[in-house]
Design a protein around this ligand. Sequence first.
Ligand code: ADP
Ligand code: ZN
Length: 611
Amino acid sequence: MSPTTAPAADALHRVFGYDAFRGDQAEIIDHVIRGGDALVLMPTGGGKSLCYQIPALVREGTGVVISPLIALMQDQVDALAALGVRAAFLNSTQGAEERARVERAYVAGELDLLYLAPERLTVPSTGDLLDRGTIALFAIDEAHCVSQWGHDFRPDYLALSMLHERWPSVPRIALTATATEQTHREIQKRLQLGDARHFVASFDRPNIQYRIVPKDQPLKQLLELLRTEHAGDAGIVYCLSRASVEKTAEFLVEQGIPALPYHAGLDARVRAANQARFLREDGMVMVATIAFGMGIDKPDVRFVAHLDLPKSVEGYYQETGRAGRDGLPSTAWLAYGLQDVVQQRRMIDQSEGDLAHRRRLSAHLDAMLALCETVQCRRMQLLAYFGEQSTACGNCDTCLNPPESWDGTVPAQKLLSTIVRLQRERNQKFGAGHLIDILLGRQTPRVDQNGHDDLATFGIGTELSESEWRGVVRQLLAQGLLAVNSDGFGTLVITDASAGVLDGSRKVGLRREPERTSTRSARKSKSAGADLPTELQPLFETLREWRAAEAKEQGVPAYVIFHDATLRELATRHPSTVKELGTVTGVGESKLAKYGEQLLEVLGMAAVSAP
Ligand code: ADP
Ligand code: ZN
């Protein structure tokens, strides 16, 4: 054993109550304790925090954590305090007096960890303050915020290269859950981490079940998912617009599901209050734009649902990654339809920025569409996107319910030639709805007005239903065989690649839309205690009630008291002595001292009342 790992292992047991390091944790921690720089790419829930928290405890001085998550600093500090770790933060939400108190504690060497918002570092007095104490290390959390390619760019992060210049001998550890090559390279370059050791973990999240379904009646579909599989569970529903966030949250509340809205248009106080309720109360559903979620370390989010198509695979993976940090089964569910593609293409066309920027947005969208339309394992495709090879996972919709593919060449030709005829013969362009009406031979007012029943393709597509046609259009768009015109009206045009389809030299493989009912084959309720043996469930519930009461009294989220995984182990192992209790995962010294007796009492009463 190397000389540095002994104190690290000691901190792991004593402070955090865990048996063993996971994955690369031991190596990363060892490297940083010895003063090395590290760049850590690990998925959400992988255990990044310990990678800097333990070195901060072991090395002399205070670990300085740069984090953009101002709204969450209080919770992070509370969670550490519950473990007996001396932590504090400095950010713009504090009054002068509180700030002065934290600064004094830092200078006096009374802090293990100090969380700083990035903009504070650019204030000269902050540098002087840091020089008056001892810096154990710098941890740069959410390091992908330095990347302009990514989706969370924060200009303040660019200034973080100064850490290396001003404090060259202080080790730095940058951490992120974003895994693409571009982001990786950009972090290395912009944070001057060229000499750092890189630790890249697998990004697989095996406990998350990925499902992507055709969007039909999104609210109804969502409700069915929540009622049949996630009753009483906490989860996040992502929508693209503020209006749909409001509408969806209202709908869920009307249906008796506790839901709250979150978007940038809400007053900051309302946002903070909703976030706090989501973190503190059990079984809350947060309906949000992507403004919500970064750094939310609630471990028991059981589902993440997307009602609109995410703009990139990175974004999608980040957002879905917020499910199941505790490692228990969770669902990532996305409903996506033709309108999503049209809308996003239109948004890209109208977006500000140069051609290169629009190309980048377009490339992101194409990768996302490819994921939606794949007949392969979703997880394989996701991991391949992050450069990881894998085999079919058995826990995604395409594995559980393999979609059929069919030869869609003839329908594609019918659709494309309708578009070509309208363009050539009438100099007209239309959106999907009218094109489908023509193919189905419907005498709509617009057909009458334009005399489109004279077209050679009028009524030649009755072998498919309207929704099947929408699937064809959507898939042709995704495959680049059809494009949304940049006129802003969402009209459809052919592409260079369409020619091969029209002249018969190129076949079109399409995926058959699964039946609406297919989700039934998925697992039933995934609530944390549901898969415990029936006889243990009452005890698990009793422990949850005890935890809820304790959390309420202290005004902290329940998981700050104990995670579900700890409650499960308590229910299964049923410890009856303080010593035994101390060996349960997640029960460290501080929590043992604080809750040991109460827990033994709760467990003891359960033993007495057991039949
Ligand atoms: P990340 O920041 O990478 O998303 P966290 O640091 O929040 O992940 O860790 C995810 C969960 O795993 C937390 O509940 C944490 O307490 C737990 N955890 C981390 N490392 C270990 C370990 N070695 N043993 C047991 N649990 C761990
Ligand atoms: Zn799979």
